[in-house]
Design a protein around this ligand. Structure first.
Ligand code: B12
Ligand code: SF4
Ligand code: SF4
Length: 355
């Protein structure tokens, strides 16, 4: 049943204020509300992006999913409002003197999907109780079909940077989530701001994945290559992957919106590093399936499965060439059970030595 308040400034307005206060009390750093109306421009842009093949091997990114992701009113019958939340995952600062494979900040801690969904469901229950117990809602954090960044822009959480990420008043190291509900709430206005003449992210991207402002050729992005791409990584891109073994933060590290942490909330304790901020690559290459599952249980890193992370470890060792890694690379090249890992280790051994 659709719950309609007497007027957006009446019940929906005060309820929105109460809900926002509750969202902040459970730890969300940003919260805004927009309508459940479609996102027609996003649907056009994403459909074109897919037709150009930028999804690479992400076969789950289909036209049908994009269509649905841009039509919240079809995701929940009677949907009226989208409550969009953001939470900082900025915890420690990476130490440039650390050694090992680099992990993108978002994957240092516990799996954000579970952590955020639990608190978003609490928002749904709060709202349901306030309207008498017969509302319906659905939560989204990353893996559901919803254009979360477009929703966040319309809900006033921030604006799109040229690196395609959402830039907010607390920077861009922010996870997004949403609660879609049939309760009508007062909506927020979008922020009208843009990157101006800055293009630091475009110039810093090692693989030229930001081929136009606001447009990502995902098939070249290190985040895609190290996490989503299952087969061998194209040889021309391997050296450019550098030390990254899970995701990439370069286009956010250089962004002036992330320059300072002053006055900004620290990420939730669940997002503090659980394996340090870098991985011991020799140890990763030596892990079997069981060890991989054990070490990365409850971490976003489990998404690559053993094959992906071991392949990435071999490539990063080839790029950094610590002398001590030679034996473990030789062992992997000769006897790793996975052909993709064996091939990456052989490539690493063939790299010209710099020392
Ligand atoms: C698929 C996906 C990826 C893919 C593709 C990334 C991408 N930019 O789309 C890969 C694996 C590469 C990836 C990487 C990362 N991701 Co990701 N990803 C997603 C996911 C699941 C879907 C996004 C999607 O639909 N992409 C398809 C493209 C076409 O969509 P789009 O970029 O939004 O397209 C818009 C613009 O590009 C524009 N556009 C398209 N074509 C054109 C053409 C022109 C000329 C112009 C001007 C504009 C334009 O219009 C489109 C619609 O508005 C979302 C979660 C979700 N459900 O929304 C998380 C999400 C976007 N990812 C997230 C994160 C944290 C990351 C990483 C930072 C992780 C990391 N450190 O490695 C990187 C960032 C890389 C980057 N520079 O974007 C966060 C972003 C939070 C934020 N502050 O913005 C999200 C929202 C997850 C979450 N719930 O927090 N991701
Ligand atoms: S995440 Fe890395 S590879 Fe991807 S666009 Fe940003 S800088 Fe480029
Ligand atoms: S680095 Fe500059 S251009 Fe890129 S997202 Fe940040 S402000 Fe925008």
């Amino acid at each position: 049943m659709t719950r309609i308040s007497p007027s957006p400034r009446g019940r929906g307005g005060s309820l929105a204020a109460e809900l926002k206060e509750f969202a902040r009390s459970v730890g969300f750093h940003l919260v805004g509300i927009t309508s459940a109306a479609p996102f027609p421009q996003a649907e056009l842009d994403i459909t074109r992006w897919l037709a150009e093949g930028h999804q690479g091997e992400m076969a789950w990114l289909t036209d049908a999913r994009a269509r649905l992701a841009c039509r919240p009113d079809e995701l929940l019958p009677g949907a009226r409002s989208l409550v969009v939340v953001g939470v900082s995952y900025r915890t420690q600062e990476p130490d440039p003197d650390d050694e090992g494979g680099r992990i993108a900040r978002y994957a240092w801690g516990d799996d954000y999907h579970d952590v955020m969904k639990t608190r978003l469901r609490a928002l749904g229950s709060f709202l349901d109780e306030r309207v008498g117990g017969d509302s319906r809602s659905r939560v989204f954090v990353d893996d559901g079909p919803l254009v979360e960044r477009d929703a966040a822009v319309r809900a006033g959480l921030g604006f799109r940077g040229k690196n395609t990420n959402l830039l907010t008043p607390i920077g861009s190291f922010v996870f997004l989530g949403a609660l879609l509900t049939d309760v009508e709430l007062e909506f927020d206005a979008p922020i009208t701001r843009d990157c101006g003449s800055c293009r630091l992210c475009i110039d810093a991207c090692p693989t030229d994945a930001l081929d136009q402002a606001y447009h990502l050729a995902a098939e070249r992005c290190i985040a895609y290559l190290t996490i989503e791409h299952r087969g061998p990584i194209a040889e021309a891109l391997r050296a450019k992957v550098g030390e990254w073994v899970f995701g990439c933060d370069i286009c956010q590290e250089v962004c002036p919106y992330n320059a300072s942490t002053r006055g900004r909330p620290r990420g939730w304790t669940e997002f503090e590093p659980r394996h340090g901020t870098r991985l011991n690559l020799e140890r990763v290459l030596e892990m079997d399936d069981a060890a991989f599952r054990e070490v990365f249980r409850g971490s976003p890193i489990k998404r690559t499965r053993r094959r992906g992370l071991a392949r990435n470890a071999a490539i990063a060792l080839g790029n950094t060439q610590p002398a001590a890694a030679r034996a473990v690379l030789e062992h992997a090249a000769a006897g790793d059970p996975d052909a993709v890992v064996r091939e990456a280790a052989e490539w690493a051994l063939m790299r010209p030595r710099t020392t």
